[in-house]
Write a protein that binds this ligand. Structure first.
Ligand code: HEM
Ligand code: HEM
Length: 261
C-alpha cells in the first residue's frame, strides 16, 4: 500500500467515526435531550428508544462491528494461516476503527439511559475504549517491524547503527557530535554546512529519525513492561463487556424483542 493510500484510509476512519457521532446526535437530539419520563410522548419514540427501529438496529450493528473488530485482529495476530492477509499494523488500525465506531453506535443505542445490569457492559465498554487510547500511545513508543512485530533491543540498535553509518558515509556527519541540543539548534547548525536543498532535507530527516529512535531506546525496557501490564487491563474489560452483553442479548431475546426480523 502506498503511503498516500494508507493516509487516506486512516483519515477516512477518523472522519467516519466523527460523522457517525455528529449525524446520530444531530438527528436524535430532540429525543436524547428529553428527560426519560417524557420520551414516551416524543413523536419518534418508536424510532429512537433502545428497542426502536433505529435504537435496536444501532445496538445490533454496533455489537457486530465490535465483535468483528476484536476477533479479526486476534485471529490475524495469532493464526499463521491468516499471516498473508495484509500487514498486522493495518489490522490494528482496523481494530481501532471498528472498535471506536461500534461503541459510538452503542452509545446511541442506550439512548443515554444507563440502567440495569447491562450498564456494567456499557461502562466496561467505556473502560476498554479509554484503555485502548492509552494502549495506542504506549504501542507507538515501542519500535515495531513493518509486520507489526515488536523489535528486540538488538534490532533497534542495528537500525540506529545503520542510520549513523549513512550519515557518516554520505554526509560526513558524526552523530556523537550533535547528540544533544534542541531540534531547532540542530537545524540551524545544519544550515551552516551549506548542503544542497535535497541533501539538507535528507540529513535533517535522518538526524530526526536517529534522535527519535534514541529516545525510544532509552525507555524501551520500561515501555515494553508497561505494555505487558496494559494488556492485563484492556483484555479483562473487553471480556466483562462481552459476557454481560451476551447476558443482555439473551434477556432481550427471552423478552421477545425483535428488530426487523
Ligand atoms: C455492548 C453492547 C450493548 C450494550 C452496552 C447495550 C446497552 C443497553 C442499555 C444501557 C439499554 C437500556 C437499558 C434500560 O432501558 O435501562 C439497552 C436496551 C436494550 N438493548 Fe442493548 N446493549 C448492547 C447490545 C444490544 C444488542 C446486540 C441487542 C439486540 C440483540 C440489544 C437490544 C436491546 C433492547 C431490545 C433494549 C430495550 C430493552 C427494554 O426496553 O427493556 N442490545 N441496551
Ligand atoms: C469495544 C472496544 C474494544 C475492544 C472490545 C477491544 C478488545 C481488544 C482485545 C481483546 C485485544 C487483544 C488482542 C490480542 O492480544 O490478540 C485488543 C488489543 C489492542 N487494542 Fe483493543 N479493543 C477495543 C477498542 C480499542 C480502541 C478504541 C483502541 C485504541 C484507541 C484499542 C487499541 C488496542 C491496542 C493498541 C491493542 C494491542 C495490540 C497488540 O498488542 O498487538 N482498542 N483490543
Amino acid at each position: 500500500m502506498t503511503k498516500v493510500v494508507h493516509q487516506l484510509i486512516r483519515s477516512s476512519y477518523v472522519l467516519v467515526v466523527l460523522m457517525a457521532f455528529a449525524v446520530l446526535g444531530y438527528s436524535g437530539f430532540s429525543f436524547y435531550n428529553l428527560p426519560i419520563e417524557e420520551r414516551y410522548f416524543h413523536a419518534d419514540y418508536a424510532i429512537f428508544k433502545p428497542s426502536g427501529l433505529l435504537g435496536h438496529g444501532l445496538g445490533i450493528i454496533g455489537t457486530l462491528l465490535i465483535l468483528f473488530g476484536v476477533f479479526s485482529y486476534m485471529a490475524r495476530k495469532r493464526f499463521h494461516i491468516f499471516s498473508r492477509l495484509g500487514v498486522l499494523k493495518y489490522w490494528l488500525e482496523f481494530h481501532i476503527f471498528l472498535c471506536s465506531l461500534g461503541p459510538v453506535l452503542i452509545l446511541y443505542h442506550t439512548s443515554f439511559k444507563f440502567g440495569g445490569i447491562v450498564s456494567v457492559s456499557f461502562w466496561s465498554l467505556v473502560a476498554v475504549v479509554a484503555s485502548g487510547i492509552i494502549g495506542r500511545f504506549i504501542y507507538l513508543q515501542i519500535p515495531h517491524s513493518i509486520e507489526g512485530r515488536e523489535l528486540s533491543w538488538l534490532e533497534v540498535q542495528n537500525i540506529r547503527d545503520e542510520l549513523n553509518n549513512e550519515l557518516k558515509a554520505k554526509y560526513d556527519i558524526n552523530i556523537s557530535e550533535i547528540k544533544t541540543g534542541k531540534s531547532s539548534e540542530i537545524v540551524a547548525g545544519l544550515k551552516a554546512l551549506n548542503f544542497s536543498v535535497s541533501d539538507f532535507k535528507n540529513v535533517k530527516q535522518l538526524i530526526m529519525r536517529q534522535r527519535l529512535l534514541t529516545r525510544k531506546m532509552a525507555r524501551l525496557d520500561m515501555m515494553q513492561n508497561i505494555f505487558k501490564y496494559w494488556h492485563v487491563a484492556h483484555l479483562p474489560f473487553a471480556l466483562v463487556m462481552l459476557i454481560v452483553m451476551l447476558i443482555h442479548v439473551v434477556v432481550v431475546l427471552t423478552f421477545g424483542y425483535k428488530w426487523i426480523f
